[in-house]
Design a protein. Structure first.
Length: 135
């Protein structure tokens, strides 16, 4: 939900309730302040959805989705790799401080086996140089 994105330069936690329900972390649903660690939650949700093909807290009603997110009621289809399960469950932690830091995500076994980090970094550097020239 990049329409709600904001650069945060302070250590104060934000409190705005915004975004798509499937991606909201427990701290936002509970009305607690949140910080950049909500991005780790969203990364876990996106990873699950892209690989499994549906949101991790998929239900018939908004009330049920909220309940599932708050209780971290997370299930994986049979045959899901243990490494993928590990990555996603380390991102979808109730306590934001317990979520896998981004630097550790890049070194996680599932990422190492399934992504060419060097190519991603090179692509990022190339795009950044292009953007800098355009500005």
């Amino acid at each position: 939900d990049f329409g709600w994105s904001a650069e945060s330069t302070s250590t104060c936690k934000r409190t705005t309730l915004c975004g798509t329900l499937d991606y909201l972390p427990p701290e936002m649903l509970n009305g607690n302040g949140y910080d950049e660690k909500i991005d780790l939650w969203c990364l876990g949700v996106l990873t699950y959805e892209m690989i499994i093909g549906k949101p991790p807290f998929d239900s018939q009603t908004q009330h049920e989705t909220i309940r599932m997110i708050r209780s971290i009621e997370l299930t994986f289809p049979t045959g899901t790799s243990p490494d993928l399960r590990d990555l996603i469950t380390k991102l979808l932690r109730r306590n934001p401080a317990d979520r896998l830091p981004l630097k550790d995500v890049a070194q996680h076994a599932w990422i190492v086996k399934n992504a060419d980090i060097t190519a991603i970094e090179e692509s990022y550097v190339k795009r950044k140089k292009t953007l800098n020239r355009e500005n």
